[in-house]
Design a protein around this ligand. Sequence first.
Ligand SMILES: Nc1ncnc2c1ncn2[C@@H]1O[C@H](COP(=O)(O)OP(=O)(O)O)[C@@H](O)[C@H]1O
Ligand SMILES: [Mg+2]
Length: 256
Amino acid sequence: MTPLLQVRDLAKFYGSRRGCEGVSFDLYPGEVMGIVGESGSGKSTLLSCLAGHLPPDRGEVIFDTHGHGPRDTLTMSEPERRMLMRTDWAFVHQHARDGLRMGVSAGGNVGERMMAVGARHYGDIRAQAIDWLGRVEIAADRVDDKPQAFSGGMQQRLQIARNLVTGPRLVFMDEPTGGLDVSVQARLLDLLRGLVREMGLSAIIVTHDLAVVRLLADRLMVMKDGRVVEDGLTDQVLDDPQHGYTQLLVSSVLQV
Ligand SMILES: Nc1ncnc2c1ncn2[C@@H]1O[C@H](COP(=O)(O)OP(=O)(O)O)[C@@H](O)[C@H]1O
Ligand SMILES: [Mg+2]
């Protein structure tokens, strides 16, 4: 089977400071990979480079495109990359306001993403938007409300609906439960897990919360000072960590 994503020797520096360096891995269709590490370990830098939000200094990010097979997304043209971001890729931001249009209704937020991939029929778009609101547990009678009127958890669920409505093949998530109350986090995690399984999504999830990867990720990469210090199956890494830093993370000695 061809990997969905092949990452080779990715590196990004901010001046002389290392953002991330020497990161290589394969992600297969349907796999969920977690990236953990303390604050400043390079998780967001890596995710931004993978998702095309930040140009790395070197490396390859090869995605198995629908039409043209494996392509290095870093060297493809800007329009091609933008098309990928609208179709096969999705990005769930930590703060919903970064991934939503706050001045547009909930239905509009979901519908807009559908229109970006060619949907034109108003009735269909609205019906599918309402269907997706239901799938993320937002009542149909909120379809015309703007996200400002929603709680943090609802905003995050709306962001997820907006991202998944077009059936992406790879979803990037940066601390998807990070800004939420603990009570709301559990419900959102359950919902995410259901959607990921149901849709057979591949995902890369950055989090400092080991409970999130325990629940969602098949595999795990542990980062420290911009480098991957340990990787493997989630249960294996968490239950029998080999690297001293991972042992500290797991035993919660580190303040993350
Ligand atoms: N825009 C930036 N300018 C300069 N240094 C940065 C910038 N963003 C991140 N860094 C540095 O890169 C390293 C990795 O940061 P980051 O990727 O944000 O880590 P994490 O997401 O794990 O907290 C840190 O040393 C951080 O200070
Ligand atoms: Mg970060």
